[in-house]
Design a protein around this ligand. Structure first.
Ligand code: ADP
Length: 884
């Protein structure tokens, strides 16, 4: 319902309202105004009229703002009236400054409230109270109170003032109230207000302060305060009881300033507890633990320190612990400790620590800085662990490592060590650097940087694989391209990539050792080429060529061998070519071949080989050793050349000679018989005429020629006999010295130019074919004569050889024989070739026969000779009897 405006009120209503307002004002002496909703005066008390000098003025119905020429037309006042009317809420004690006639502006405290009149109209009741002018002290007090209130309410401390000897609460700030759980305390004694503290000693303290005037300071004092029915809270308080005095200086109360430090105390206690627990833990750690403070002084050492070193607390603290460290390590340890502290940085150091028994043992000290939660440095904390055994082991490892490095440096084999994933060249000896074609600057750089040419070659990958798998890699004749002297060069190397492990078995690097085998590889390649050429050549050769290894196992046969036998290489290899040798020669060949294998001497032999038609064909078989530079046998080359035709011709020749010899022998023998008969007759007759005729010398010459002819004929016959194995020996015992003497006489008979001397130390009897041995001696002497045209002396010696052997030697000073011919001259028909102008007659069968004869006597022929200086041929036979 919209209330009708006052203006629109009926006269009757207006009267009711005014009457009510009058009733209100009549009983009140205070200055009071009653206003309608339009702020027009309904009534005013006399007090108001007096105060504002309005006595005798008609004012009912006037607007309040028109009174006394707008005395109350104050904007703030107008706002306040409108506010109350609008909200219905009263305004109390609001101060307005109002101008009074002759008195100037005065301050009034104004209350405005809204009332409902009996006819349900709103009226405003406005009362005025003149405010006293404040004295200076009042003002000061007010300021002080405001400040005090401010301070008290804002200070974190709980503050109260206790008045009188019974300690009555006079004032207490919010914090104090909070501390006590907002109890009603003002005006009450401490005893009444907080009965639970009566037996906690506080009242006694207050009494004491009040009595003595001495302030009391409590620190972290525990107090139990009741927070609830039967519920107490434990608090820790820092507090001051300060006595207050009146203007006469007498104590009239106590000012209490209390700070609740419960939280801090509890936190500290918790820290202390945890520290205690920590120390217990630290003491239980199986290591020595130390803690130093911000000044670098050791403040704590756990139990283990004392039990290990036997030191006591006093000597250890500060820097006293250094005394237990080996004098040689002490300075360094101290330096590390102080440096770590100064730089607030962790460190680790090994030193020898003296134990209780006085022994020094290696320990490892690891320390780190300690910071609180705000990052402030608190000192260092460290642990000491006995590493004596490990250290000794480590020393060994280090020594080994050192030795390894030494070995690497000095090794003539190219050696390098790569470490880490990137394979940094940790070490490379001169030999390796030379092999790489680099200089020392590569040390310390990763391998792929030092040798970029390895990119695209397999080695970096192989190295990585060794790092990953731990398996050593062996390179054999691997081809490596290296940039040497500015150009890429290819080499071949035998090398190893061997993983290096630390003492825990972890791979930390690779040891690389390499040997340059370029030369041997290239020569192998060349060898292969030359072998190919050899095969080609061997196939083109007319003979049958085969190759066997140094043990004599056949490894190659040329085409002629395959054609000759009709077998392939595999078959030939299986059986060996020796199987094709005629049984008559096979044994002799195998014996000689064995001899070759063991001595490395070459061999030459005539033998028959069976061809694919099963026919034996004569071959000259030669086996020659191919030797290495050091003289060891590398392989054997055997060549078999067909000599069947030569052989057959030789045979025919021999048969012819045999026949001729036979035919000649009979007439020659009879001629010789007649010549000798005639010579004997001439000797007997000694006729003067006869002597005048040159009959005797002619006969002697005929005799000499016939002797030569006879000897030649019998030699040719012997030759055939030997071929047919029909040379028979007629052995008898005879005096060798006599035979030699007779033979010389015989020769002297026809040869007068040479002087033949004989020297013998004993008389030797032998069991032999006298004629054939004589034949040998004649052969030696005649050769000595024949082959020494420029010298006359021929020396024959018969000497004992060991216990039961005799040597007959024939020495000349003639043309001599070259060593290459020593063996050959004993072959049939072999004659040393000489310059054309010095031809020597002969057939080359004498020595062959001599050798055959002596061999059949189980004797031996020896030759000592030097080209141009002469020769000494000798034979050795067994003796049956030796006499001096
Ligand atoms: P020949 O009939 O050719 O003398 P031999 O069998 O007796 O045959 O000798 C073989 C070869 O040995 C001779 O041709 C000769 O070259 C060499 N010879 C033998 N004895 C001597 C010697 N005393 N001094 C030098 N050469 C010799």
């Amino acid at each position: 319902m919209v209330k009708p405006h006052a203006n629109e009120l009926s006269e009757k209503e207006k009267n009711i309202l005014t009457k009510y307002a009058l009733q209100l004002t009549q009983t009140i002496r205070e200055p009071l105004l009653v206003l309608d909703e339009n702020f027009c005066v309904l009534s005013a008390t006399t007090g108001f009229k007096n105060r504002f000098k309005l006595i005798g003025q008609a004012m009912d119905g006037d607007s309040v703002f028109h009174l006394n020429k707008g005395q109350l037309d104050i904007p703030d006042f107008r706002n306040s009236l409108e506010e109350v009317l609008k909200t219905g809420e009263a305004i109390n004690e609001k101060t307005f400054s109002i101008g009074l006639k002759k008195k100037g502006r005065k301050r009034f405290s104004v209350n405005i409230s809204l009332l409902e009149s009996p006819n349900a109209q709103n009226i405003l009741l406005v009362s005025f109270r003149k405010l006293k002018e404040m004295s200076k002290t009042d003002k000061q007090e007010a300021v002080f109170n405001r400040i005090f209130k401010n301070i008290l309410s804002k200070t974190p401390a709980a503050i109260c003032v206790l008045r009188g000897p019974n300690h009555v609460f006079e004032v207490a700030n919010e914090n104090y109230m909070k501390l006590l759980g907002h109890r009603d305390i003002i005006g009450k004694t401490v005893q009444e207000a907080i009965p639970e503290v009566s037996n906690q000693g506080f009242i006694e303290l207050l009494d004491e302060v009040y009595k003595t005037g001495e302030p009391y300071i409590g620190k972290e004092t525990q107090v139990q305060l009741k927070v609830d029915e039967n519920k107490f809270k434990n608090s820790f308080l820092n507090f001051v009881y300060q006595p207050t005095r009146n203007h006469k200086g007498k104590i009239d109360g106590i000012f209490a300033h209390v700070i609740d430090v419960t939280e801090q105390v509890e936190a500290r206690k918790a820290v202390e507890d945890s520290e205690k627990r920590l120390r217990e833990v630290i003491d239980a750690v199986p290591a020595i633990v130390w803690i130093s403070d911000t000044k670098g002084q050791t403040v704590y050492l756990n139990k283990n320190w004392y039990s290990y070193t036997g030191q006591d607390k006093e000597t250890s603290e500060g820097l006293g612990w250094l005394e237990a460290i080996h004098p040689e390590d002490r300075e360094q340890t101290k330096l590390s400790f102080l440096e770590g502290h100064e730089q607030k940085k962790g460190y680790s150091i090994g030193f020898r620590l003296r134990n209780k028994k006085g022994e020094y043992r290696w320990v490892l000290d690891k320390a780190g800085p300690k910071f609180d939660s705000s990052g402030n440095y608190e000192g260092m904390i460290g642990t000491l662990i006995d590493v004596h055994e490990e250290k000794n082991k480590e020393d060994l490892v280090r020594e080994k490592d050192h030795r390894l490095q030494g070995i690497v440096k000095e090794a003539t084999v190219a050696t390098a060590i790569y470490t880490g994933k990137e394979m940094r060249i940790d070490l490379a000896n001169d030999a390796m650097i030379k092999l790489w074609g680099k200089d020392k600057s590569v040390i310390g750089t990763p391998l792929h940087k030092a040798l970029p040419e390895l990119d695209g070659q397999p080695f970096l990958g192989l190295l990585r694989n060794v790092l990953d798998t731990g398996e050593t890699y062996w390179g054999k004749e691997d081809k490596v391209d290296l940039m040497i002297d500015g150009k890429m060069q290819t080499g071949y190397y035998n090398f190893t990539y061997k993983p290096l492990r630390d003492k825990n078995g972890k791979i930390y690097g690779i040891l690389n050792m390499a040997i340059d085998v370029t030369e041997s590889v290239t020569s192998k390649i060349l060898l292969k080429e030359s072998e190919f050429q050899f095969r080609q050549m061997a196939d083109l050769m007319p003979g049958m060529v085969s190759k066997s290894n140094k043990e004599g196992v056949d490894i190659y046969f040329n085409k002629n061998w395959l054609d000759f036998t009709g077998n392939d290489t595999t078959k030939l290899k299986e059986k060996g070519w020796f199987q094709y040798i005629h049984p008559d020669e096979k044994e002799g060949f195998l014996r000689a071949w064995q001899d070759c294998l063991s001595t490395g001497c070459n061999m030459e032999m005539q033998l028959r080989l069976k061809n694919k038609e099963g026919k034996y064909i004569w071959h000259l078989s030669r086996c020659e050793a191919v030797k290495e530079d050091d003289g060891s046998i590398k392989m054997w080359i055997s060549v078999n050349t067909e000599i069947n035709k030569i052989k057959e011709e030789e045979k025919r020749k021999e048969e012819f000679l045999k026949m001729v010899s036979h035919e000649l022998k009979t007439p020659v023998t009879s001629i010789k018989g007649y010549v000798q008969l005639l010579l004997t007759l001439i000797k007997k007759q000694e006729a003067a005429e006869a002597s005048k005729l040159p009959l005797k010398p002619s006969l002697e010459r005929i005799n000499h020629q016939v002797t030569r002819l006879t000897r030649l004929i019998s030699e040719i016959l012997d030759l055939s006999r030997i071929r047919e194995n029909q040379l028979e020996l007629k052995k008898e015992e005879f005096n060798l010295n006599e035979l030699v003497k007779e033979t010389i006489q015989d020769i002297n008979y026809t040869n007068t130019q040479h002087e033949i001397s004989l020297d013998s130390d004993s008389q030797f009897r032998v069991m032999a074919d006298r004629d054939r041995i004589g034949q040998v001696i004649i052969n030696f002497v005649i050769n000595a004569i024949k082959y020494s045209p420029g010298s006359q002396n021929i020396i024959l010696k018969i000497t004992g050889e060991g216990k039961d052997k005799v040597r007959v030697s024939v020495k000349d000073f003639g043309i001599g024989i070259g060593e290459e011919n020593y063996k050959k001259i004993f072959r049939r028909f072999y004659r040393v070739e000489v310059k054309r102008e010095e031809t020597y007659s002969g057939f080359g069968i004498g020595l062959y026969l001599a050798n055959e004869i002596i061999e059949r006597h189980n004797g031996e022929i020896q030759l000592k000779s030097k080209l141009g200086e002469g020769s000494e041929f000798s034979f050795i036979l067994n003796t049956t009897c030796v006499t001096s």
